[in-house]
Design a binder for this molecule. Structure first.
Ligand code: FES
Ligand SMILES: [Fe+2]
Length: 343
């Protein structure tokens, strides 16, 4: 499976990594994770180099992992520090480790060339660290679909009317075309739906007694981060594009782990500027989003099964595919650039 190597991948919620051995898969590679005594996160291949026992079946001893089969022991840097009954440790007895960093409530891992693993390159939403915004962490939603099929969905506001009619959409949006353009590391897709009835989702959080304008700005930062800025404001309040924060505004962030060719995990969280410090609102919002994201999951998993059944089917291309195609070209270009550099 071809993928961008030199990038940070979101892998697991920070709060799920502690002083025990856990595993996660990334592009088919089994990774073992744990926190060291100082609180940093170690990530290594979950594979003992002796007989290939998963190290996750062993024990954490201080900052080291002891294999559960014959006790080979590895430090958090992957170096072998002990072979029971054998005084000499060969130079090649270590195990591969991966750089990690924490950002936006997640552990991110770098699979590529370690000399360029700069945590400053990890995606970060400014509002996530701003006390005037309310952050609520959602789920790690497993979807049995290729991560780029999920990425297609997250570059495609036109599906909202049809997939999420009771939560995020209404028929007012049906015929409003979407626009798209390149951004530095990805694609932006957006549309405004003007003078429409307020959708049920926002009706709960603002008092709207007339028509509203509603926006969707879908930012896709290739290869694995999507941020959906959506919100609403009364149509009689004139706002420019840059003043969206005057309305009810929410960022739904999707930080995607490509598990393997047919599976991904969507770690989602929200950042909003209304109903701050209101836990009941957070719960309601997330209950609604959970329904909506499971609607995406259903259709994406069904598509994945059909793709396997009809691998050579010639598809019809629609106008709404422009942004997903742009996104895929970006990912392909990133992979091609890496291949070229390696050659
Ligand atoms: S398999 Fe790990 S020490 Fe033998
Ligand atoms: Fe959706």
């Amino acid at each position: 499976m071809k993928f961008v190597r030199n990038t940070w991948y979101p892998l697991v919620w920070s709060h799920d990594v502690g002083r025990s051995l856990i595993t996660r898969k990334l592009f088919g590679e089994d990774l073992l994770l744990y926190r060291t005594e100082s609180g940093s996160v170690a990530a290594m291949l979950d594979l003992c180099p002796h007989r290939l026992a998963p190290l996750s079946m062993g024990r954490l001893k201080g900052d080291a992992v002891e294999c559960g089969y014959h006790g080979m022991t590895f430090g958090a840097d992957g170096r072998c520090t002990r072979i029971p009954g054998q005084p000499i440790i060969g130079a090649k007895s270590g195990i591969k480790t991966y750089p990690t960093a924490e950002r936006m409530g997640l552990i991110w891992v770098w699979l590529g060339d370690q000399s360029s693993a700069d945590p400053k390159r990890i995606f970060s939403l400014a509002q996530h660290d701003d006390p005037n915004w309310c952050i609520t962490y959602g789920d790690a939603l497993r979807i049995d679909a290729n991560y780029l099929n999920l990425a297609d969905n997250l570059c495609d506001p036109s599906h909202v009317t049809f997939v999420h009619p009771t939560t995020l959409g209404n028929s007012a949006g049906e015929n409003v075309p979407v626009q798209n353009r390149d951004i530095e590391d990805g694609v932006l897709v957006w549309r405004w739906i003007k003078s429409a009835p307020v959708i049920p989702f926002f009706a709960q959080y603002g008092s709207f007694d007339g028509p509203v304008d509603r926006w969707h700005y879908y930012y896709y930062h290739a290869p694995c981060v999507a941020v959906i800025d959506f919100g609403t404001i009364a149509s009689n309040k004139t706002v420019s594009e840059d003043e969206r924060g005057r309305g009810l505004q929410m960022f739904a962030c999707h930080l995607i782990t490509p598990v393997d060719e047919n599976t991904c995990v969507d770690h989602w969280l929200t950042v909003r500027n209304f109903s701050l410090n209101d836990d009941a609102a957070s719960e309601r919002i997330h209950a609604d989003l959970r329904i909506a994201f499971n609607e995406d999951k259903s259709i994406l998993e069904a598509i994945q099964r059909k793709e396997a059944q009809y691998p050579d089917f010639r598809r019809v291309t629609l106008g709404v595919d422009a942004a997903p195609h742009r996104m895929r070209r970006k990912v392909d270009a990133m992979i091609a650039a890496e291949t070229e550099r390696a050659a």
